[in-house]
Write a protein that binds this ligand. Structure first.
Ligand SMILES: Nc1ncnc2c1ncn2[C@@H]1O[C@H](COP(=O)(O)OP(=O)(O)O)[C@@H](O)[C@H]1O
Ligand SMILES: O=P(O)(O)O[C@H]1O[C@H](CO)[C@@H](O[C@H]2O[C@H](CO)[C@@H](O)[C@H](O)[C@H]2O)[C@H](O)[C@H]1O
Length: 457
Protein backbone atom coordinates (compact mmCIF):
# COMPACT_ATOMS: atom_id res chain seq x y z
CA UNK A 1 0.00 0.00 0.00
CA UNK A 2 2.17 2.82 -1.30
CA UNK A 3 1.93 6.46 -0.21
CA UNK A 4 1.28 7.33 -3.85
CA UNK A 5 -1.72 5.03 -3.90
CA UNK A 6 -2.93 6.45 -0.62
CA UNK A 7 -2.73 9.96 -2.08
CA UNK A 8 -4.59 9.17 -5.24
CA UNK A 9 -8.14 10.44 -5.62
CA UNK A 10 -10.78 9.52 -8.20
CA UNK A 11 -11.94 5.96 -8.49
CA UNK A 12 -9.93 4.88 -11.56
CA UNK A 13 -10.84 1.49 -12.93
CA UNK A 14 -10.62 -0.30 -9.58
CA UNK A 15 -10.09 2.60 -7.16
CA UNK A 16 -7.11 2.93 -4.84
CA UNK A 17 -5.81 0.15 -2.52
CA UNK A 18 -8.20 -2.54 -3.81
CA UNK A 19 -6.55 -5.09 -1.49
CA UNK A 20 -7.92 -3.17 1.52
CA UNK A 21 -11.40 -3.86 0.20
CA UNK A 22 -10.72 -7.57 0.43
CA UNK A 23 -10.64 -7.08 4.19
CA UNK A 24 -13.44 -4.57 4.47
CA UNK A 25 -16.05 -5.57 1.91
CA UNK A 26 -17.80 -8.39 3.82
CA UNK A 27 -18.00 -6.21 6.93
CA UNK A 28 -19.25 -3.15 5.05
CA UNK A 29 -22.05 -5.12 3.38
CA UNK A 30 -23.54 -5.89 6.80
CA UNK A 31 -22.77 -2.62 8.52
CA UNK A 32 -23.46 0.13 5.99
CA UNK A 33 -27.20 -0.52 5.45
CA UNK A 34 -27.72 -0.22 9.22
CA UNK A 35 -26.33 3.32 9.37
CA UNK A 36 -28.86 6.18 9.49
CA UNK A 37 -26.72 8.22 7.09
CA UNK A 38 -26.54 5.47 4.46
CA UNK A 39 -28.61 6.70 1.53
CA UNK A 40 -28.75 3.42 -0.40
CA UNK A 41 -31.21 1.60 1.89
CA UNK A 42 -33.42 -0.78 -0.02
CA UNK A 43 -31.20 -0.63 -3.12
CA UNK A 44 -28.83 -3.33 -4.31
CA UNK A 45 -25.34 -2.93 -2.84
CA UNK A 46 -23.26 -4.09 -5.80
CA UNK A 47 -19.58 -3.23 -5.57
CA UNK A 48 -17.21 -0.92 -3.72
CA UNK A 49 -14.24 1.21 -4.75
CA UNK A 50 -11.97 3.39 -2.67
CA UNK A 51 -11.54 6.96 -3.93
CA UNK A 52 -8.87 7.73 -1.32
CA UNK A 53 -7.20 6.13 1.69
CA UNK A 54 -5.33 8.30 4.20
CA UNK A 55 -3.57 7.25 7.38
CA UNK A 56 -4.32 10.10 9.78
CA UNK A 57 -1.17 9.39 11.83
CA UNK A 58 1.80 7.52 10.42
CA UNK A 59 1.99 4.00 11.79
CA UNK A 60 -1.48 4.33 13.29
CA UNK A 61 -4.31 1.91 12.52
CA UNK A 62 -6.76 4.76 11.94
CA UNK A 63 -7.81 4.78 8.29
CA UNK A 64 -9.64 7.64 6.64
CA UNK A 65 -11.55 6.28 3.65
CA UNK A 66 -13.58 7.79 0.87
CA UNK A 67 -15.58 4.73 -0.03
CA UNK A 68 -17.74 4.57 -3.13
CA UNK A 69 -20.71 2.21 -3.13
CA UNK A 70 -21.98 1.06 -6.51
CA UNK A 71 -25.19 -0.60 -7.57
CA UNK A 72 -23.35 -2.56 -10.25
CA UNK A 73 -21.13 -5.35 -8.90
CA UNK A 74 -18.37 -4.29 -11.32
CA UNK A 75 -18.48 -0.69 -10.06
CA UNK A 76 -19.30 0.78 -13.46
CA UNK A 77 -21.98 3.22 -12.18
CA UNK A 78 -20.85 6.47 -10.46
CA UNK A 79 -22.35 5.39 -7.11
CA UNK A 80 -22.34 7.32 -3.82
CA UNK A 81 -19.25 8.37 -1.87
CA UNK A 82 -19.11 7.99 1.92
CA UNK A 83 -16.54 9.18 4.42
CA UNK A 84 -15.45 6.52 6.90
CA UNK A 85 -12.93 6.54 9.72
CA UNK A 86 -12.09 3.00 10.69
CA UNK A 87 -9.79 1.57 13.31
CA UNK A 88 -8.41 -1.96 13.18
CA UNK A 89 -7.10 -3.62 16.35
CA UNK A 90 -6.12 -7.15 17.37
CA UNK A 91 -8.07 -6.69 20.62
CA UNK A 92 -10.18 -3.54 20.74
CA UNK A 93 -10.93 -2.15 24.22
CA UNK A 94 -14.33 -3.16 25.70
CA UNK A 95 -15.76 0.37 25.39
CA UNK A 96 -15.69 -0.06 21.60
CA UNK A 97 -17.93 -3.17 21.66
CA UNK A 98 -20.90 -1.32 20.13
CA UNK A 99 -18.69 0.29 17.46
CA UNK A 100 -17.37 -2.96 15.97
CA UNK A 101 -18.05 -3.78 12.31
CA UNK A 102 -16.58 -7.27 12.69
CA UNK A 103 -13.41 -9.25 12.28
CA UNK A 104 -11.64 -9.14 8.92
CA UNK A 105 -10.93 -12.64 7.67
CA UNK A 106 -8.82 -11.89 4.62
CA UNK A 107 -6.70 -9.19 2.99
CA UNK A 108 -4.23 -6.90 4.79
CA UNK A 109 -6.39 -6.56 7.93
CA UNK A 110 -7.01 -10.32 8.33
CA UNK A 111 -7.49 -11.23 11.99
CA UNK A 112 -8.11 -7.66 13.08
CA UNK A 113 -11.31 -6.31 14.57
CA UNK A 114 -12.48 -3.34 12.53
CA UNK A 115 -14.34 -0.63 14.40
CA UNK A 116 -15.72 2.87 13.89
CA UNK A 117 -12.75 5.15 14.42
CA UNK A 118 -14.77 8.14 15.58
CA UNK A 119 -16.27 6.14 18.44
CA UNK A 120 -12.77 5.70 19.87
CA UNK A 121 -11.83 8.83 21.87
CA UNK A 122 -8.15 8.11 21.13
CA UNK A 123 -8.72 8.08 17.40
CA UNK A 124 -11.10 11.04 17.54
CA UNK A 125 -8.26 12.96 19.25
CA UNK A 126 -6.09 12.33 16.16
CA UNK A 127 -8.73 14.06 14.02
CA UNK A 128 -8.59 17.13 16.28
CA UNK A 129 -4.79 17.21 16.02
CA UNK A 130 -5.09 17.14 12.23
CA UNK A 131 -7.68 19.93 12.26
CA UNK A 132 -5.24 22.07 14.26
CA UNK A 133 -2.59 21.72 11.56
CA UNK A 134 -3.35 23.31 8.16
CA UNK A 135 -1.97 21.59 5.05
CA UNK A 136 -2.28 18.44 2.98
CA UNK A 137 -2.12 14.92 4.36
CA UNK A 138 -2.68 12.10 1.86
CA UNK A 139 -6.07 12.64 0.24
CA UNK A 140 -7.05 15.41 2.67
CA UNK A 141 -6.51 19.16 2.94
CA UNK A 142 -6.94 20.89 6.31
CA UNK A 143 -7.78 24.59 6.83
CA UNK A 144 -8.00 26.84 9.86
CA UNK A 145 -10.49 29.70 10.12
CA UNK A 146 -9.68 33.36 10.72
CA UNK A 147 -9.98 33.00 14.51
CA UNK A 148 -6.45 31.52 14.58
CA UNK A 149 -5.17 28.82 16.95
CA UNK A 150 -7.33 25.85 17.82
CA UNK A 151 -6.98 24.41 21.34
CA UNK A 152 -5.39 20.95 21.48
CA UNK A 153 -5.34 18.07 23.96
CA UNK A 154 -9.09 18.25 24.62
CA UNK A 155 -10.81 15.02 25.66
CA UNK A 156 -12.97 13.61 22.86
CA UNK A 157 -16.59 12.57 23.43
CA UNK A 158 -18.25 11.03 20.37
CA UNK A 159 -21.96 11.76 20.06
CA UNK A 160 -23.98 8.59 19.73
CA UNK A 161 -27.36 10.04 18.67
CA UNK A 162 -28.64 8.86 15.28
CA UNK A 163 -27.77 11.65 12.87
CA UNK A 164 -27.35 12.44 9.19
CA UNK A 165 -23.62 12.87 9.91
CA UNK A 166 -21.29 12.09 12.84
CA UNK A 167 -20.06 14.47 15.51
CA UNK A 168 -17.44 14.48 18.27
CA UNK A 169 -17.32 16.97 21.15
CA UNK A 170 -13.86 18.01 22.40
CA UNK A 171 -13.60 19.10 26.03
CA UNK A 172 -17.01 20.80 25.86
CA UNK A 173 -15.23 23.53 23.89
CA UNK A 174 -15.36 22.37 20.28
CA UNK A 175 -17.48 20.07 18.16
CA UNK A 176 -16.35 18.37 14.93
CA UNK A 177 -18.81 17.24 12.33
CA UNK A 178 -17.79 14.59 9.83
CA UNK A 179 -20.01 14.53 6.75
CA UNK A 180 -20.98 11.01 5.76
CA UNK A 181 -22.30 11.05 2.22
CA UNK A 182 -20.08 13.49 0.39
CA UNK A 183 -20.44 15.07 -3.04
CA UNK A 184 -18.16 17.46 -4.93
CA UNK A 185 -18.76 21.08 -4.01
CA UNK A 186 -18.66 23.36 -0.98
CA UNK A 187 -21.02 22.11 1.68
CA UNK A 188 -23.42 24.92 2.70
CA UNK A 189 -22.86 23.87 6.33
CA UNK A 190 -19.39 25.41 5.93
CA UNK A 191 -20.19 28.07 3.35
CA UNK A 192 -23.08 29.77 5.15
CA UNK A 193 -21.63 29.90 8.69
CA UNK A 194 -18.37 31.32 7.24
CA UNK A 195 -20.34 33.98 5.33
CA UNK A 196 -22.40 34.78 8.43
CA UNK A 197 -19.25 35.10 10.54
CA UNK A 198 -17.82 37.57 8.00
CA UNK A 199 -21.08 39.49 8.34
CA UNK A 200 -20.67 39.60 12.14
CA UNK A 201 -23.79 37.50 12.78
CA UNK A 202 -23.30 35.60 16.04
CA UNK A 203 -26.55 33.62 15.82
CA UNK A 204 -24.55 30.82 14.17
CA UNK A 205 -21.33 29.24 15.54
CA UNK A 206 -18.42 30.24 13.28
CA UNK A 207 -16.26 27.38 11.87
CA UNK A 208 -12.77 27.41 13.41
CA UNK A 209 -11.30 24.73 11.12
CA UNK A 210 -12.41 22.42 8.32
CA UNK A 211 -11.11 19.87 5.87
CA UNK A 212 -11.79 18.81 2.31
CA UNK A 213 -10.39 16.48 -0.34
CA UNK A 214 -6.79 17.34 -1.29
CA UNK A 215 -7.96 18.58 -4.70
CA UNK A 216 -10.16 21.13 -2.92
CA UNK A 217 -13.38 19.93 -4.50
CA UNK A 218 -15.30 18.33 -1.65
CA UNK A 219 -15.99 19.53 1.90
CA UNK A 220 -15.52 16.64 4.34
CA UNK A 221 -15.91 18.08 7.82
CA UNK A 222 -15.67 21.06 10.12
CA UNK A 223 -14.89 22.14 13.66
CA UNK A 224 -16.85 24.82 15.49
CA UNK A 225 -17.33 26.10 19.05
CA UNK A 226 -19.44 23.81 21.19
CA UNK A 227 -22.34 25.64 22.80
CA UNK A 228 -22.02 24.17 26.26
CA UNK A 229 -25.21 24.02 28.27
CA UNK A 230 -27.42 24.84 25.29
CA UNK A 231 -30.65 22.85 24.91
CA UNK A 232 -32.02 22.01 21.51
CA UNK A 233 -35.40 23.42 20.55
CA UNK A 234 -36.97 19.99 20.04
CA UNK A 235 -36.18 18.83 23.59
CA UNK A 236 -37.24 22.17 25.00
CA UNK A 237 -40.53 22.14 23.08
CA UNK A 238 -41.33 18.56 24.19
CA UNK A 239 -40.59 19.48 27.79
CA UNK A 240 -42.99 22.41 27.59
CA UNK A 241 -45.64 20.18 26.03
CA UNK A 242 -45.17 17.55 28.73
CA UNK A 243 -45.50 20.20 31.45
CA UNK A 244 -48.56 21.64 29.68
CA UNK A 245 -46.75 24.94 29.26
CA UNK A 246 -46.91 27.50 26.49
CA UNK A 247 -43.89 27.91 24.25
CA UNK A 248 -44.94 31.14 22.56
CA UNK A 249 -42.31 33.41 24.13
CA UNK A 250 -39.54 31.06 22.95
CA UNK A 251 -41.17 30.65 19.54
CA UNK A 252 -41.34 34.41 19.12
CA UNK A 253 -37.66 34.81 20.02
CA UNK A 254 -36.81 32.01 17.61
CA UNK A 255 -38.74 33.84 14.87
CA UNK A 256 -36.69 36.94 15.61
CA UNK A 257 -33.43 34.99 15.52
CA UNK A 258 -34.38 33.35 12.20
CA UNK A 259 -35.15 36.78 10.77
CA UNK A 260 -31.74 38.11 11.89
CA UNK A 261 -29.97 35.19 10.22
CA UNK A 262 -31.95 35.73 7.02
CA UNK A 263 -31.10 39.44 6.96
CA UNK A 264 -27.40 38.63 7.40
CA UNK A 265 -27.49 35.95 4.68
CA UNK A 266 -29.16 38.37 2.29
CA UNK A 267 -26.37 40.89 2.95
CA UNK A 268 -23.58 38.31 2.73
CA UNK A 269 -24.50 36.36 -0.40
CA UNK A 270 -26.16 37.10 -3.73
CA UNK A 271 -29.94 37.41 -3.88
CA UNK A 272 -32.27 36.90 -6.82
CA UNK A 273 -35.43 38.77 -7.71
CA UNK A 274 -38.06 36.17 -8.44
CA UNK A 275 -39.72 36.51 -11.83
CA UNK A 276 -43.01 34.86 -12.86
CA UNK A 277 -40.87 32.18 -14.53
CA UNK A 278 -39.16 31.39 -11.19
CA UNK A 279 -42.52 30.91 -9.50
CA UNK A 280 -43.82 28.69 -12.29
CA UNK A 281 -40.63 26.64 -12.16
CA UNK A 282 -40.88 26.32 -8.36
CA UNK A 283 -44.53 25.20 -8.60
CA UNK A 284 -43.67 22.64 -11.28
CA UNK A 285 -40.74 21.30 -9.20
CA UNK A 286 -42.92 20.92 -6.10
CA UNK A 287 -45.65 19.19 -8.13
CA UNK A 288 -43.12 16.75 -9.59
CA UNK A 289 -41.75 16.02 -6.13
CA UNK A 290 -45.24 15.37 -4.81
CA UNK A 291 -45.99 12.93 -7.62
CA UNK A 292 -42.64 11.16 -7.35
CA UNK A 293 -43.00 10.86 -3.56
CA UNK A 294 -46.49 9.38 -3.89
CA UNK A 295 -44.94 6.58 -5.95
CA UNK A 296 -42.67 5.73 -3.05
CA UNK A 297 -45.08 6.44 -0.19
CA UNK A 298 -48.36 4.84 -1.32
CA UNK A 299 -50.27 6.21 1.70
CA UNK A 300 -49.85 9.64 0.16
CA UNK A 301 -51.38 8.81 -3.21
CA UNK A 302 -55.03 9.65 -2.41
CA UNK A 303 -54.03 13.19 -1.33
CA UNK A 304 -52.17 14.09 -4.51
CA UNK A 305 -55.05 15.78 -6.40
CA UNK A 306 -55.95 18.03 -3.45
CA UNK A 307 -52.33 18.86 -2.56
CA UNK A 308 -51.56 19.77 -6.15
CA UNK A 309 -53.94 22.71 -5.60
CA UNK A 310 -51.37 24.41 -3.31
CA UNK A 311 -48.79 24.30 -6.11
CA UNK A 312 -51.26 25.42 -8.78
CA UNK A 313 -52.02 28.43 -6.58
CA UNK A 314 -48.25 29.09 -6.35
CA UNK A 315 -47.96 29.09 -10.14
CA UNK A 316 -50.92 31.46 -10.18
CA UNK A 317 -48.90 34.01 -8.13
CA UNK A 318 -46.84 34.66 -11.24
CA UNK A 319 -49.59 37.06 -12.33
CA UNK A 320 -49.85 39.11 -9.09
CA UNK A 321 -47.06 41.54 -9.99
CA UNK A 322 -45.53 41.40 -6.50
CA UNK A 323 -41.73 41.52 -6.19
CA UNK A 324 -40.28 38.60 -4.24
CA UNK A 325 -36.65 38.16 -3.27
CA UNK A 326 -34.89 34.82 -3.09
CA UNK A 327 -31.75 34.38 -1.01
CA UNK A 328 -29.62 31.69 0.58
CA UNK A 329 -31.53 30.05 3.41
CA UNK A 330 -30.91 27.33 6.00
CA UNK A 331 -32.82 24.81 3.91
CA UNK A 332 -33.76 22.26 6.61
CA UNK A 333 -34.76 24.40 9.54
CA UNK A 334 -36.49 22.59 12.37
CA UNK A 335 -36.52 22.69 16.16
CA UNK A 336 -33.62 20.23 16.42
CA UNK A 337 -31.41 22.71 14.53
CA UNK A 338 -31.99 25.47 17.08
CA UNK A 339 -29.97 25.61 20.29
CA UNK A 340 -30.90 27.86 23.18
CA UNK A 341 -28.92 28.93 26.19
CA UNK A 342 -29.98 31.47 28.77
CA UNK A 343 -27.07 33.84 28.05
CA UNK A 344 -27.28 34.04 24.24
CA UNK A 345 -30.82 33.00 23.40
CA UNK A 346 -31.33 31.03 20.16
CA UNK A 347 -28.63 29.97 17.75
CA UNK A 348 -29.02 28.00 14.54
CA UNK A 349 -26.86 25.07 13.40
CA UNK A 350 -26.64 22.51 10.59
CA UNK A 351 -26.88 24.56 7.38
CA UNK A 352 -26.37 21.49 5.22
CA UNK A 353 -29.89 21.62 3.77
CA UNK A 354 -31.99 18.50 3.22
CA UNK A 355 -29.31 15.80 3.03
CA UNK A 356 -31.00 13.76 0.28
CA UNK A 357 -31.26 16.67 -2.20
CA UNK A 358 -28.49 17.31 -4.77
CA UNK A 359 -25.89 19.83 -3.56
CA UNK A 360 -26.53 22.29 -6.42
CA UNK A 361 -30.20 22.37 -5.44
CA UNK A 362 -29.35 22.86 -1.76
CA UNK A 363 -27.22 25.90 -2.63
CA UNK A 364 -29.90 27.68 -4.64
CA UNK A 365 -31.52 30.87 -3.35
CA UNK A 366 -35.11 30.53 -2.14
CA UNK A 367 -37.70 32.90 -0.70
CA UNK A 368 -37.11 32.94 3.08
CA UNK A 369 -40.59 31.42 3.47
CA UNK A 370 -38.93 28.09 2.90
CA UNK A 371 -37.22 28.15 6.33
CA UNK A 372 -40.26 29.65 8.00
CA UNK A 373 -42.37 26.79 6.63
CA UNK A 374 -39.81 24.28 7.99
CA UNK A 375 -40.21 25.71 11.48
CA UNK A 376 -44.01 25.77 11.21
CA UNK A 377 -43.85 22.07 10.36
CA UNK A 378 -41.63 21.49 13.37
CA UNK A 379 -44.12 23.00 15.83
CA UNK A 380 -46.71 20.71 14.26
CA UNK A 381 -44.36 17.71 14.67
CA UNK A 382 -43.82 18.51 18.34
CA UNK A 383 -47.55 18.85 19.02
CA UNK A 384 -48.36 15.69 17.03
CA UNK A 385 -45.74 13.59 18.80
CA UNK A 386 -47.22 14.47 22.19
CA UNK A 387 -50.14 12.56 23.72
CA UNK A 388 -52.81 13.85 23.77
CA UNK A 389 -52.34 15.73 20.50
CA UNK A 390 -52.29 19.45 21.25
CA UNK A 391 -52.99 21.36 18.01
CA UNK A 392 -53.74 24.62 19.88
CA UNK A 393 -50.17 24.59 21.26
CA UNK A 394 -48.83 24.34 17.73
CA UNK A 395 -51.15 27.04 16.37
CA UNK A 396 -50.03 29.46 19.09
CA UNK A 397 -46.31 28.71 18.49
CA UNK A 398 -46.67 29.11 14.73
CA UNK A 399 -48.34 32.52 15.13
CA UNK A 400 -45.74 33.68 17.67
CA UNK A 401 -42.86 32.51 15.47
CA UNK A 402 -44.18 34.44 12.44
CA UNK A 403 -44.78 37.52 14.62
CA UNK A 404 -41.18 37.34 15.90
CA UNK A 405 -39.90 36.96 12.36
CA UNK A 406 -41.84 40.09 11.34
CA UNK A 407 -40.34 42.01 14.29
CA UNK A 408 -36.77 41.54 13.10
CA UNK A 409 -37.29 41.70 9.33
CA UNK A 410 -40.32 43.96 8.88
CA UNK A 411 -41.86 41.19 6.71
CA UNK A 412 -44.60 38.97 8.09
CA UNK A 413 -44.36 35.64 6.24
CA UNK A 414 -48.12 35.13 6.66
CA UNK A 415 -48.69 38.06 4.27
CA UNK A 416 -47.61 35.79 1.42
CA UNK A 417 -49.82 32.89 2.50
CA UNK A 418 -49.95 31.06 -0.85
CA UNK A 419 -46.15 30.92 -0.97
CA UNK A 420 -45.94 29.86 2.68
CA UNK A 421 -48.53 27.13 2.22
CA UNK A 422 -46.79 25.77 -0.88
CA UNK A 423 -43.49 25.53 1.02
CA UNK A 424 -45.19 23.92 4.01
CA UNK A 425 -46.84 21.34 1.77
CA UNK A 426 -43.56 20.66 -0.03
CA UNK A 427 -41.79 20.22 3.33
CA UNK A 428 -44.41 17.77 4.60
CA UNK A 429 -44.07 15.81 1.35
CA UNK A 430 -40.28 15.66 1.90
CA UNK A 431 -40.89 14.55 5.49
CA UNK A 432 -43.20 11.73 4.41
CA UNK A 433 -40.41 10.28 2.26
CA UNK A 434 -37.79 10.89 4.96
CA UNK A 435 -39.91 9.10 7.56
CA UNK A 436 -40.87 6.24 5.22
CA UNK A 437 -37.16 5.67 4.60
CA UNK A 438 -35.66 6.28 8.01
CA UNK A 439 -38.33 6.22 10.74
CA UNK A 440 -41.53 4.50 9.49
CA UNK A 441 -43.16 4.86 12.94
CA UNK A 442 -43.13 8.62 12.44
CA UNK A 443 -44.81 8.54 9.02
CA UNK A 444 -48.29 9.35 10.44
CA UNK A 445 -47.00 12.76 11.58
CA UNK A 446 -46.36 14.28 8.11
CA UNK A 447 -49.25 12.28 6.63
CA UNK A 448 -51.64 13.77 9.21
CA UNK A 449 -50.38 17.24 8.32
CA UNK A 450 -50.83 16.56 4.61
CA UNK A 451 -54.42 15.42 5.26
CA UNK A 452 -55.07 18.74 6.96
CA UNK A 453 -53.28 20.76 4.26
CA UNK A 454 -55.30 18.94 1.60
CA UNK A 455 -58.55 19.94 3.32
CA UNK A 456 -57.65 23.63 3.69
CA UNK A 457 -59.79 25.83 1.42
N1 LIG B 1 -22.14 24.08 18.06
C1 LIG B 1 -22.81 23.15 18.75
N2 LIG B 1 -22.91 23.23 20.09
C2 LIG B 1 -23.58 22.30 20.82
N3 LIG B 1 -24.16 21.22 20.29
C3 LIG B 1 -24.09 21.09 18.96
C4 LIG B 1 -23.41 22.04 18.12
N4 LIG B 1 -23.51 21.63 16.83
C5 LIG B 1 -24.20 20.48 16.87
N5 LIG B 1 -24.55 20.15 18.14
C6 LIG B 1 -25.28 18.96 18.58
O1 LIG B 1 -24.97 17.89 17.69
C7 LIG B 1 -26.17 17.37 17.10
C8 LIG B 1 -25.90 17.03 15.64
O2 LIG B 1 -25.49 18.17 14.92
P1 LIG B 1 -26.04 18.51 13.48
O3 LIG B 1 -25.24 19.63 12.92
O4 LIG B 1 -27.54 18.71 13.53
O5 LIG B 1 -25.67 17.16 12.71
P2 LIG B 1 -26.43 16.30 11.59
O6 LIG B 1 -26.14 16.95 10.26
O7 LIG B 1 -25.78 14.97 11.71
O8 LIG B 1 -27.91 16.26 11.91
C9 LIG B 1 -27.21 18.48 17.25
O9 LIG B 1 -28.49 17.95 17.40
C10 LIG B 1 -26.77 19.20 18.50
O10 LIG B 1 -27.39 18.63 19.62
O1 LIG C 1 -31.42 17.06 11.43
P1 LIG C 1 -31.17 16.42 10.12
O2 LIG C 1 -30.33 17.24 9.21
O3 LIG C 1 -30.67 15.01 10.21
O4 LIG C 1 -32.64 16.41 9.41
C1 LIG C 1 -33.34 15.22 9.04
O5 LIG C 1 -33.82 14.55 10.20
C2 LIG C 1 -34.81 15.26 10.98
C3 LIG C 1 -35.23 14.34 12.13
O6 LIG C 1 -34.16 14.09 12.96
C4 LIG C 1 -36.02 15.59 10.12
O7 LIG C 1 -36.90 16.43 10.89
C5 LIG C 1 -38.26 16.02 11.04
O8 LIG C 1 -38.42 15.49 12.37
C6 LIG C 1 -38.18 16.46 13.42
C7 LIG C 1 -38.48 15.75 14.74
O9 LIG C 1 -37.56 14.71 14.95
C8 LIG C 1 -39.09 17.68 13.27
O10 LIG C 1 -38.79 18.65 14.26
C9 LIG C 1 -38.90 18.30 11.89
O11 LIG C 1 -39.81 19.38 11.73
C10 LIG C 1 -39.15 17.23 10.84
O12 LIG C 1 -38.89 17.75 9.52
C11 LIG C 1 -35.57 16.40 8.91
O13 LIG C 1 -36.71 16.64 8.09
C12 LIG C 1 -34.52 15.58 8.14
O14 LIG C 1 -34.04 16.34 7.03
Amino acid sequence: MSEAAARSTGPGPRGTEPELLLSLEPLLRQWLPRQRWFAGKGRALGGFTLDAVTRLRPGDALLHLLLRTHRAPDGTDPGDCYQLLLGAARTPPPHLATAVLGQATRGPLAGRIVHEGLQDPGHAAVLLERLRTPGVLGGLRFHRGPSGDVAGGLAARPLTAEQSNSSVVYGDALIAKVFRRVVPGTNPDLELPLALAREGCDRVPAPVAWYETADGTTTLGLLQPYLKGAVDGWDLALKHLADDEEFTAQARQLGRATGEVHLALARALPTVTYTPAHLEHLAATMTRRLEATAQQVPALAHLVPALRGAFDALAGLAADGRVRQAQRVHGDLHLGQCLRDPAHGWRLIDFEGEPSRPLAERRMPHPPHRDVAGMLRSFDYAAASHRPWNPAWSTACRAAYCAGYAESTGQDPRDDDVLLRAYETDKAVYESLYEARHRPDWLPVPLGALERLAQRP
